[in-house]
Design a protein around this ligand. Structure first.
Ligand code: ADP
Ligand code: MG
Length: 250
């Protein structure tokens, strides 16, 4: 579902991704760990086409991200095509980024209505189903500021799902939460993993990675240093850097 081949990305003179290669199968949940600054967020942003890449290729469900390929030539997608492509990819950030002036229901229906042209009543029906699935059916008319961080993050997940994405990207979805709220968000992501959604989850929650992750990637200095079954990587890291890192979070 996602294939990254030798992805390179630099900010000015600073290389951030140094040849990231990763394949995520349909229905697979890949957890990504690695030290701060190792390029995890940048990699997700490249998949979502929020950043252009300097080298390599990323495919989502067979579609080249950001470009159209005709023979040997690559042409950058137009703004409209970029939007269309982005609509297939759901992203959940550390800081929920809900629209503060909209109700929970409006937060979830706005993109399906405006981007996909869904009619309002269908969008609302979908949104209510999704709210129920994240345990927030009663909060449809609330505003984000009246919700806890855990509830806001669950709304953010429902909002991303409302676009019926092919893949969901999570960038440290629980690291801004108070510890007692982490579990409720991880439970929602775990349920989603069991529905067969394809997911890339940047997280340092090793318990979650073991239970819900099909595989675990360890990134270091803009590279995939290790990629294997989550339990194996956690129990028996191959690289000294992975071992060191895990010892700081376990
Ligand atoms: P991680 O998510 O693993 O902590 P990031 O992908 O956020 O790492 O960042 C990787 C590196 O890229 C860091 O050194 C960071 O300072 C740098 N970086 C990230 N975004 C930008 C940006 N917009 N401009 C310049 N440098 C950036
Ligand atoms: Mg990050």
């Amino acid at each position: 579902m996602v294939r990254a081949e030798q992805v390179h990305k630099a900010y000015g003179d600073t290389p951030v991704l140094n040849g990231v290669t990763l394949t995520v199968e349909r229905g697979e949940t890949v957890c990504v760990m690695g030290p701060s600054g190792s390029g995890k967020s940048t990699f997700l942003r490249c998949i979502h086409n929020l950043e252009t890449i300097d080298g390599g290729r990323i495919y989502v469900d067979g579609d080249l991200v950001g470009y159209r390929e005709t023979g040997q030539r690559l042409r950058q997608l137009s703004g409209k095509d970029t939007c269309r492509q982005r609509a297939h990819i759901g992203m959940v950030f550390q800081h929920f980024n809900l629209f503060p002036h909209m109700t929970v229901l409006e937060n979830i229906t706005v993109a399906p209505i405006r981007v996909k042209g869904m009619n309002a009543s269908d969008a609302e029906e979908t949104a209510r189903k999704l709210l129920k699935s994240v345990g927030l059916a009663a909060k449809a008319d609330s505003y984000p500021r009246s919700l806890s961080g855990g509830q806001q993050q669950r709304v953010a997940i429902a909002r991303a799902l409302a676009m019926d994405p092919k893949v969901m990207l999570f960038d440290e979805p629980t690291s801004a939460l108070d510890p007692e709220l982490v579990g409720e968000v991880l439970a929602v992501i775990r349920d989603l993993a069991h529905t067969g959604m394809t997911m890339i989850v940047v997280t340092h929650e090793t318990g979650f990675a073991r239970e819900a992750g099909d595989s675990l990637v360890f990134m270091d200095q803009g590279r995939v240093l290790e990629h294997g079954p989550a339990r194996e990587v956690i129990a028996n890291p191959l690289h000294e850097r992975t071992r060191e890192f895990l010892s700081t979070i376990l």
